[in-house]
Structures are given as structure tokens and as C-alpha cells.
Design a protein around this ligand. Structure first.
Ligand SMILES: [Zn+2]
Ligand SMILES: [Zn+2]
Length: 421
């Protein structure tokens, strides 16, 4: 006898996770709630490839952003092309719009998407390298009512999946007309506190001083609070947009806080930014975040149309979603002998065609054994078939909770299940 060495066990890659059946039900519940809600607001799904040309994301997120510099999963394929697993969704959707000229269709440009994203991030609670996002984007609608409606939809989404106690933060980050002056002022002010800022923020003074507001270091946050705020220096158009946006939030009776530090990490935001936070998530408290990006499509070489959207991390949202109610009631077919097995198979097929969940297991076991398994698995009803029933063409329908049992034809069985449904 030769000792073949056991194969080394391969485990899931760090920063990835399996979604097991008992968890997947919760995922499905949240996804279903989201997509039916999004459809109510006139959004339609777009699915794009998981990987794209690397330059798409370099262009999209801005070459100085942390995502591009540190977190992209970039690789060279066998054809020598540089490809990247998408770290965010917006650039892909912008590409798809341009490629398929979706802006020339009469349909509203309202899109949603649910799927995996990839970032080489430090894994931590609720954060993964392959993580899942829900993404919502509206293009070609520049009215501030759209900004308020999308925030209202986000609030409705959280409500529909039972997430309570979140807060809404809003801000405006200005536009290309008002931001350059503001950035000059910000840079000047940040320069004065340079030595007190963390090395990362010191670097940001030169590259993108807005990002100082994203820093989580306490001393930096303290300094950031004292820096000039863009909301004090908005141009007329941005000022008007921001105040009407807030007015429409009031119309919906949505409570919100204006947070001047809320500038969002990405270069392409203009005007409105918003975030939903929950203290239940600890320091990493954002549930979803988004904003307007009126110049992004043009920057991508596309049509000059504005956009607004938000992204929501599924893993983090699921930490806040209450656990599932009891699963759907199902039937468990109990049989003994070949004729009863056949009758059971036929019954299972018919019941499933009528929309009932039916479990039948193809192992010879005693009635007692099967019935105890049915109740352990949580079946609502047992459909019991012995030799006699198989001969008569009937079934014993057993209510697993009450123990009550009645002999029925398949026709009667169906109608009595429909009533108790
Ligand atoms: Zn402006
Ligand atoms: Zn800092």
C-alpha cells in the first residue's frame, strides 16, 4: 500500500467570503426588496462585466485617488492587456452608456445594479476585498428634486429591509465654476496647519486638499473642522441647487444634517453629496453614500450629461438588517416502497407545478424516521404514502404542528393547501 500524500486544503482567499445557504436567504430578501423598490421609481438594471480595461478606472476615479493608487486588482491577461477587476461601478456604467449610446434612447436614464466589486483593502469587520454593492444612477436629470428623490428612495430602501436609526448627512461640494477658488483658499489654510496634519494629509495639500476632509485621524479632523467650507463659497447656481435640494428633503419630511466635511472620496463629485450613517456600525459608520457628478460623462469622452447616484455596501447593510422571519412553509413527502415512491414523485411534481415547495428524499427509511426528519427540517405538512394509499391513489396530509392527519386525493390535497395558504 502506498501512502499518497493528502492534498493540501485550499481555503477561501483572505478578504473573500462564502455566502452560505442560511445567509443567502437574507441576501435574496434584501436584493428583492431593493430591485422591486428601484423599479417603482423607474430604474432599470444594467449588468456590466466584472473586469474592464485598467485605464477606465484610472480615468474614472482620478489618478491621485487612493483607490487607484493602492487598492485596484490589476493584472495582465494572456494577450498582454492590463485589466482591472472593477473597484466601483460608475465608470463601467458610464462606459456602457457611451458604448451603446443609451442617451439617444427615449427611456429615462435611471439604472441600478447589484453585484461584486474588488478592492485590495485591509480586511476588517464588514469590509472585504470582494464585496458587494448596490448601485443606483440617474443621468441627464439636473433638477435638485432628483437629488431629493434619490435620497428619499434610499431612505425607503432602508426602511423596507428593516434598518432603523440611520441618519442622513448632506453637503454640496460646488462645481467647476466655484471649486477652483475654494480649493485655492483651502490649500492656503491647510498649508498653515501643515505640520499638524498626518503625512497623508500633508501630501493631499498639494494633490487634492478636499481629501483632507476624508481623513479619519482625530487631529486632522479637528483641523478640518476649522478649514474654509465650500458651502460658504458656492457660486449662485450651486447655492440655489443646494437650498432647493434641502427644501425638497423638508417636503418629504426627511430629517438631515448638513455636514461640511462630507466631500466623498472621489474626484468627480459636483454639487450634492450625501451619506446615510448608523452608529451601530462603529467608526466605519456609512451605510450608503453618493452624490452628483455633472462632469463625469464628459470626462469619459461621452455626451455632456449630468449624473447622480449612490452606492451601498451589501455586507455592511446586512449587519444592520434584522434576521429573517420563519422560512416559507414547505411539504415533506414520506413514502415506503417502490409504488409509494412513484406516487410521491408524481405528487411532488404536481405540487411544485402549483407553486408549493416540496421536499422528497430518495432513501429507504422507516416512516417514523422520515417523519421525525420532516419535523426537524421544519416542514409544515407531511404527505404520507404507504402501500395502501398508493393502491387507492390517495395521500395522508399531516399537519406537522397539530399532528392532525386526513386522507385526500391529490385534487383535494391541492385545494386544502390553497385554503391554508
Ligand atoms: Zn458652483
Ligand atoms: Zn490626515
Amino acid at each position: 500500500m502506498s501512502d499518497t500524500p493528502r492534498k493540501k486544503r485550499v481555503a477561501a482567499i483572505k478578504g473573500t467570503h462564502d455566502i452560505l445557504p442560511h445567509q443567502a436567504r437574507k441576501w435574496q430578501r434584501v436584493e428583492r426588496a431593493a430591485l422591486s423598490l428601484f423599479e417603482l421609481y423607474g430604474y432599470r438594471e444594467i449588468r456590466t462585466p466584472v473586469f474592464e480595461a485598467t485605464e477606465l478606472f484610472e480615468k474614472g476615479t482620478g489618478e491621485t485617488s487612493d483607490i487607484v493608487m493602492k487598492e485596484m486588482y490589476t493584472f495582465t491577461d494572456k494577450g498582454g492587456r492590463s485589466l482591472t477587476l472593477r473597484p466601483e461601478y460608475t465608470p463601467s456604467i458610464a462606459r456602457a452608456i457611451i458604448e451603446h449610446r443609451l442617451n439617444l434612447l427615449p427611456d429615462p436614464m435611471r439604472y441600478y445594479f447589484i453585484g461584486p466589486m474588488f478592492r485590495y483593502d485591509k480586511p476588517q469587520k464588514g469590509r472585504f476585498r470582494q464585496f458587494h454593492q448596490m448601485d443606483v444612477e440617474v443621468f441627464n436629470e439636473k433638477d435638485p428634486a432628483v437629488d431629493a428623490e434619490i435620497v428619499e428612495m434610499a431612505a425607503a430602501l432602508l426602511e423596507s429591509v428593516g434598518v432603523t436609526g440611520s441618519e442622513i448627512l448632506v453637503n454640496s461640494v460646488g462645481c467647476r465654476a466655484c471649486r477652483p477658488d475654494y480649493l485655492r483658499e483651502l490649500r492656503g489654510a491647510a498649508e498653515k496647519s501643515r505640520s499638524d496634519l498626518c503625512p497623508d494629509c500633508q501630501r493631499k495639500i498639494g494633490t487634492n486638499p478636499l481629501r483632507i476632509f476624508d481623513c479619519k485621524v482625530e487631529t486632522c479632523r479637528e483641523i478640518a473642522r476649522g478649514l474654509p467650507k465650500i458651502t460658504d463659497l458656492l457660486c449662485g447656481e450651486c447655492e440655489d441647487h443646494f437650498s432647493r435640494f434641502k427644501g425638497y428633503l423638508d417636503l418629504y419630511a426627511l430629517p438631515y444634517t448638513v455636514e461640511p466635511l462630507l466631500v466623498r472620496g472621489l474626484d468627480y463629485y459636483t454639487k450634492t453629496t450625501f451619506e446615510f450613517i448608523s452608529t451601530r456600525l462603529g467608526a466605519q459608520d456609512a451605510i450608503l453614500g453618493g452624490g452628483r457628478y455633472d462632469d463625469m460623462m464628459r470626462d469619459f469622452g461621452g455626451p455632456d450629461i449630468c449624473g447622480i447616484g449612490f452606492a451601498l455596501g451589501m455586507e455592511r447593510l446586512l449587519l444592520l438588517v434584522p434576521d429573517e422571519e420563519a422560512s416559507e412553509p414547505f411539504l415533506y413527502v414520506v413514502w415506503m416502497g417502490e409504488e409509494a415512491r412513484k406516487a410521491g414523485m408524481t405528487a411532488a411534481r404536481t405540487l411544485r407545478r402549483h407553486g408549493f415547495e416540496v421536499w422528497i428524499e430518495y432513501k429507504e427509511r422507516s416512516f417514523k424516521n422520515q417523519l421525525s426528519r420532516a419535523s426537524k427540517l421544519g416542514a409544515a405538512w407531511g404527505v404520507i404514502i404507504g402501500e395502501d394509499e398508493a393502491g387507492r391513489g390517495t395521500y395522508q396530509l399531516k399537519n406537522m404542528a397539530s399532528g392532525e392527519q386526513r386522507e385526500k386525493t391529490l385534487e383535494e390535497l391541492l385545494s386544502s393547501l390553497r385554503i391554508s395558504d
